[in-house]
Design a protein around this ligand. Structure first.
Ligand SMILES: Cc1cc2nc3c(=O)[nH]c(=O)nc-3n(C[C@H](O)[C@H](O)[C@H](O)COP(=O)(O)O)c2cc1C
Length: 171
């Protein structure tokens, strides 16, 4: 962890969580020291489930990051200040399959004490441990509007990951 980061309780995060995810966006990062990948996400949430603090994210199976989340025990969510909007745009439009987007985005990776990849530029780092995952299905939609708006007939739907918030770090 960088020395400017301080560990805080998830319940002590004062940021508005909806704004944090929907407007500021986050990086979802998973993998090992040998190989990891990151992508921008703005769909997800944080809350309380099974008496644990949890985060949930939605990742399309075609994302390169999906493979890393699938094979890892956990992942990090990192949040940045507005100066990093271009970096987040880049990580949300290029694939790690095609380029070294972390380098292109000017981000500096490091590994947390539990070995999860994160970035020194982040202002908030959330370490997550996967608890549950489920592929969204067309049949489960009650209102078909989001289904029709966000998925074509051939599209695979997102996979949802519910993960325990294990540690939170803040600058
Ligand atoms: C603002 C923004 C939000 C995004 N949110 C999500 C998301 O919640 N889930 C998702 O699967 N993809 C999301 N994406 C798309 C991925 O970030 C994008 O496809 C990325 O290039 C995947 O990179 P990868 O192939 O290296 O994993 C978002 C993109 C942007 C720009």
């Amino acid at each position: 962890m960088t020395e400017r980061m301080k560990e805080v309780k998830a319940s002590d995060l004062t940021d508005n969580l909806i704004r944090l995810i929907a407007s500021d966006w986050m990086l979802v990062t998973a993998g090992t020291r040998e190989k990891f990948n990151t992508m921008t996400a703005s769909w997800g949430g944080m809350g309380h489930l099974w008496n644990r603090n949890v985060a949930f994210v939605f990742v399309r199976p075609e994302r390169y990051t999906y493979d890393f989340i699938e094979s890892a025990e956990g992942f990090t969510l990192t949040f940045f200040d507005e100066n990093y909007r271009d970096a987040l745009n880049l990580c949300g439009t290029k694939s790690g399959r095609d380029c070294d987007k972390v380098a292109e985005a000017g981000l500096t990776p490091f590994f947390t004490g539990s070995g999860l990849p994160a970035f020194t530029e982040a202002r908030i780092i959330i370490e997550c441990r996967k608890l549950y995952s489920a592929q969204l299905t067309r049949e489960a939609f009650i209102d078909s509007e989001p289904l029709n708006k966000h998925y074509s007939a051939e599209d695979k739907l997102h996979k949802m990951y519910i993960a325990e918030i294990v540690r939170v770090w803040k600058k």
